[in-house]
Design a protein around this ligand. Structure first.
Ligand SMILES: [Zn+2]
Length: 353
């Protein structure tokens, strides 16, 4: 309870400070224009719901680790949750941007994915084996290759990475009949693909003009399992602070990154082992920040994780509810739509106003 009070009083303080600043600006004779934020802005906040279609260690049971070797072998519960979530968001007038691990196309039946595609939910590429694209050695790429290095043989690392991404495009086209919509790196990196022009160029060479890779660092995510405690005020403050760092950026090669907005379900339920209520509170903070700042919010979850702790789709309903309450200020969008609006603002030729 004390946490809640201090959070809302902080919000009130910020709101009154901003109102005061605006009033002073209006009174002044000089130009009253607010400083341009260091990220793209939009008439309506761009709220995206994204799901990475993969299995996750520690879910559904904490002892589960086999998924490290079969990230794309989705169980029925994960597929059912994905279908239900997509259906729910479509009913609310939006679409979910999904990212698929190519292994799933080895399953006998992919009708559920065909239905998702037919309903207009974009499907992006999350590599074939859920590989770590910043790996410095083949063994670092993925647990599967550490255990079975002969799958890589003597091939060069960049070739293996390129093939692992390209295969997913091919499998998606052959089994579902649609083109890949964007790329998301397995794992999110606080510095994104900064200083990795080699990886940026592999992606550009495969036809991707945007990725979703960056996930800003945020402190305070201690493991609260069984403690009965809520996350600290620091955890919420850090999540709020990280929203400005979760806005689209342009790398030197021209590749655009639409970062994932903290906190992810894995961050909350694996790293922090939070209760669902705390996760919902953090999501609400993030979405509201995006609305107040005409910015983007890229909600990241995994059916194999969120589907276990939030069977009733409370998180997804919450996001849809917030957007529905502010139809003039926010809209549900997919990541490619955010890129279309952000890209012109990130152009190197664009002069600061
Ligand atoms: Zn992943």
């Amino acid at each position: 309870m004390p946490q809640k009070q201090s959070r809302s009083s902080r919000r009130e303080f910020l709101a009154s400070t901003l109102a005061g600043t605006a009033a002073m600006a209006l009174r002044g004779d000089a130009i009253a224009a607010a400083p341009t934020p260091p990220y793209p802005t939009y008439d309506k906040a761009q709220i995206a719901i994204t799901l990475d279609l993969e299995m996750a260690r520690n879910f559904p049971k904490w002892s589960d680790t086999q998924w490290d070797y079969e990230k794309g072998n989705l169980n029925q519960a994960a597929k059912d949750y994905t279908v239900a979530a997509c259906q729910r968001v479509k009913e609310r007038g939006g679409r979910i941007h999904t990212f698929v691990v190519g292994q799933v196309f080895e399953q006998e039946n992919v009708d559920w994915l065909k239905q998702i595609a037919a309903d207009g939910h974009p499907i992006g590429n999350h590599t074939y084996d859920h590989i770590y694209v910043l790996a410095q050695s083949p063994a670092e790429l993925q647990y599967r290759f550490a255990r079975a290095p002969w799958l890589i043989g003597g091939r060069e690392l960049p070739d293996v990475i390129r093939e692992n991404i390209a295969l997913t495009n091919v499998a998606l086209k052959e089994r579902v009949g649609v083109e890949t919509n964007g790329f998301r790196t397995p794992g999110g990196f606080a510095t994104g693909l900064e200083n990795r022009e080699d990886i940026q160029n592999i992606l550009l060479g495969l036809g991707f003009d945007w990725v979703s890779c960056r996930y800003p660092a945020h402190a305070g995510m201690e493991d609260l399992y069984g403690s009965g405690r809520k996350p600290s005020q620091l955890a919420f403050d850090e999540i709020l602070r990280a929203q400005a760092e979760s806005q689209p950026i342009r790398y030197s090669t021209g590749l655009i990154d639409v970062p994932m907005s903290p906190v992810s379900d894995i961050g909350a339920f694996r790293t922090g082992r939070w209760e669902l209520a705390s996760f919902l509170e953090a999501v609400e903070l993030g979405v509201n920040w995006a609305i107040e700042n005409h910015a983007a919010f890229d909600f990241l979850a995994h059916p194999s994780c969120l589907g276990v702790v939030d069977r009733d789709l409370q998180a997804i309903d919450l996001i849809c509810d917030i957007v529905a309450k502010s139809p003039d200020k926010a809209e549900l969008v997919t990541l490619d739509a955010i890129v279309a609006k952000a890209k012109p603002q990130l152009s190197p030729e664009r002069k600061p106003s």
